[in-house]
Design a protein around this ligand. Structure first.
Ligand code: NDP
Length: 336
């Protein structure tokens, strides 16, 4: 038995019965309907043991897909380091059971080569990410956001060359609009590295993808993994009675602030929470089921600050179906 296996970690043998998997667009890759992102709670400022416990619990529940980016932390790069450490301690024997992704596209290091969409940045950034995670390759490498100042061909050819080099198995994009997504897919098709997946934001409070992106992805056979399906925690029971001290909105470096917990949002979520209860679900579970009702959404990419949260979230799979009346009620609460 290799030295890096800790004697106390044996994944749950029923894990693949607890999760559902869906094909990612027209590819051979199956993704779990619920994937775990390491944007928050896995940085150098966070407890390693808590992050490790979340990763273990997620894997025990059949979550096979873990999503990172070069600059997740804080500080930048430290979420990949945390993940690398957890791989070494617990998960490395299961590498072939895992889909690991990372990204480059936002600011990462100083100077002109640590941001945006140049070939120079993408290739160097992935090399750094692999070192931090202690991996030979990632499964999916993303361009994290569109860069209108770099020719699209340069960015897409860099992704394709990275795949041809074996440092990533598939290519993805994030936050591209429908038109640029179609152009990116065309360029990549010319390289024989199809665009596997798009990673947009989608939740009850942000429905932009319904205005064309989902149709584009479906028509072109591109998978879709939606980020922040809980609106960073707003679409849970977290903020129904104030802002808890251990919540994201209370953290100094988070992208969700106390000002985002608006009374009108809390009022809507309180009503949605009543509907969730009538479905026998937590608010978080209903919010996840709601994004997964779209056949073109391959996976909901969630965050978690404790093992209990990922457990709760995964149980959304127990009730994915909505009646027409429930969907109407949700629409009218959101419009109200
Ligand atoms: P979510 O919308 O799932 O928010 C996660 C937060 O919601 C948790 O940190 C926790 O908040 C709260 N929460 C989670 N589960 C529960 C539960 N069951 N009950 C109550 N509260 C719960 O996603 P994130 O915003 O964290 O984003 C997920 C991932 O998406 C990221 O890690 C990243 O991988 C990706 N992402 C990609 C982006 C891109 O540009 N491509 C941008 C943003 C995210 P609390 O901490 O307060 O407990």
């Amino acid at each position: 038995m290799p030295m890096f296996i800790t004697p106390d970690y044996r994944p749950d043998e029923t894990r693949y019965e607890q999760m559902q998997y869906q094909r990612c667009g027209r590819s051979g890759l199956l993704l779990p309907r619920i994937s775990l992102g390491l944007w928050h709670n896995f940085g150098g400022v966070d407890s390693f043991e808590n992050g490790r416990a979340i990763l273990r619990r997620a894997f025990d529940l059949g979550v096979t897909h873990f999503d990172l980016a070069n600059n997740y932390g804080p500080p930048y790069g430290t979420a990949e380091e945390t993940f690398g450490k957890a791989m070494l301690k617990d998960l490395r024997p299961f590498r072939d059971e895992m889909v690991i992704s990372t990204k480059a596209g936002w600011d990462m290091w100083p100077g002109p080569y640590g941001d945006h969409g140049s070939r120079k940045y993408l290739v160097a950034s992935l090399d750094q990410s692999l070192r931090r995670m202690g991996l030979d390759y990632v499964d999916i490498f993303y361009h994290h956001r569109p860069d209108l100042d770099t020719p699209l061909e340069e960015t897409m050819w860099a992704l394709a060359d990275i795949v041809h080099s074996g440092k990533a198995l598939y290519a993805g994009i994030s936050a591209y609009d429908p038109e640029r997504t179609a152009q990116a897919a065309d360029v990549l098709n010319g390289t024989k590295v199809p665009l596997l997946i798009h990673q947009p934001v989608y939740n009850m409070l942000n429905r932009d993808v319904e205005k064309g992106l989902l149709t584009t992805l479906e028509q072109r056979g591109i998978g879709c993994i939606v980020f922040s399906p809980l609106a960073q925690g707003l679409l849970t029971n977290r903020y129904l009675t104030g802002i808890p001290g251990d919540s994201r909105a209370a953290r100094p470096q988070a992208y969700l602030g106390a000002g985002d917990v608006k009374p009108e949002v809390v009022a809507r979520v309180s009503k949605l929470n009543e509907l969730a209860k009538s479905r026998g679900q937590s608010m978080a579970q209903m919010a996840i089921a709601w994004v997964l009702r779209q056949a073109s959404v391959t996976s909901a990419l969630v965050g978690a600050s404790s093992p209990r949260q990922i457990e709760d979230t995964v149980r959304s799979l127990d009730r994915l179906v909505f009646s027409a009346s429930e969907l109407q009620q949700i629409d009218s609460i959101l419009a109200g």
